[in-house]
Write a protein that binds this ligand. Structure first.
Ligand code: SF4
Length: 312
């Protein structure tokens, strides 16, 4: 089922018919319903999925040359209330099951099959905090990576992103999955980070960085740091120097994300020269840094823009 992408028991024609019928009496392949697929001008697509209980989540497919990245959701809503994030205004309704997480991948691959493409990379950066639903995420990753029984993806093509839940980072490290770790950093002082991300009041930067330093990395593997640039809040030269200092001695790659506007947001995207100046300070300090121009902005699929109605 996983390797061939067959999503209906009746289509498993390499199995004897009686066996398929017996299987159908005891098991079903339950997938979320694709409610709509919204294409963006830049080629990305937001897949809105309706779950059995009526909850909705999104998965975003982002094709780029020879790679196709899928951004996965792990919860209905999110309870972490980052100040710049639309998803965080919803509150959390519930965790997704392992099957609902895998369902996003299977449906995305089914959608891409007509174009002779397949998801090549996965990022757990959609709706929700993956490490607040670690058990289901770990199980889903096992199926994604198992070479015999699962989909056979390399763990190095999978990135688990966290807002900075230190116990979750420690548990993920112990699982030894080999997946990439991404930290939503967004500020390099406790004062600013605490204002932007309430989670920083529970796990401050020092505690977070200690956990990051313990995360096992393969040779040439790095920890990703996501940094949304907000004009006048965290985008000064001093902020950039603080980030460089914080990451000293860590094998890190920084992704700068110019803020994606949404109705009612209190923040603004910095002008381009400011974004480039911030990047060049980090590069000058020897920190690999890219600017990620978000995909799917026009369809509400960019970072921090995912919001679907929760069931009444
Ligand atoms: S940025 Fe991530 S963790 Fe923060 S509120 Fe948004 S979805 Fe939740």
């Amino acid at each position: 089922m996983y390797r061939k992408g067959v999503l209906d028991l009746a289509d498993m024609t390499d199995l004897p018919r009686e066996f398929r019928e017996a299987l159908a009496e005891h098991a079903c392949i339950g997938l979320p319903t694709v409610e709509r697929v919204t294409p963006s001008a830049d080629g990305s697509r937001k897949i809105v999925l309706k779950l059995e209980d009526g909850g909705r989540v999104s998965a975003v497919v982002m094709p780029d040359d020879d790679r196709t990245t899928l951004c996965l959701s792990t919860q209905v809503g999110c309870g972490f209330e980052c100040a710049f994030c639309l998803t965080g205004t919803m509150g959390v309704d519930r965790n997704l099951t392992e099957a609902e997480i895998l369902g996003q991948l299977l449906l995305a691959n089914a959608l891409l099959r007509d174009e002779d493409r397949r998801v090549t990379h996965m990022v757990f950066m959609g709706m929700g905090e993956p490490l607040a639903n670690l058990k289901a995420v770990v199980r889903a990753v096992h199926v994604m990576t198992d070479p015999k029984l699962g989909l056979g993806y390399s763990p190095r093509r999978i990135t688990v992103s966290t807002v900075g839940l230190v116990p979750g980072i420690e548990r993920l490290a112990r699982e030894g999955l080999g997946v990439n770790l991404a930290i939503s950093l967004h500020a390099a002082s406790d004062e600013v980070r605490g204002r932007l991300m309430p989670v920083n009041r529970s796990f401050d930067l020092e505690t977070l960085m200690n956990a990051v330093r313990q995360y096992p990395l393969a040779p040439r593997q790095r920890v990703f740091f996501e940094y949304v640039l907000l004009e006048g809040v965290n985008d000064s030269d001093e902020d950039a120097h603080r980030v460089a200092k914080l990451l000293r001695g860590v094998r890190a790659k920084v992704n700068l994300i110019p803020f994606n506007d949404w109705p009612g947001a209190r923040f603004r995207r910095p002008p381009l020269p400011r974004i480039l100046a911030f990047q060049s300070i980090l590069l000058g300090a020897g920190v690999t840094t890219t600017v990620r121009w978000s995909k799917g902005e026009d369809i509400g699929a960019a970072c921090g823009q995912l919001r679907e109605a929760v069931p009444a």
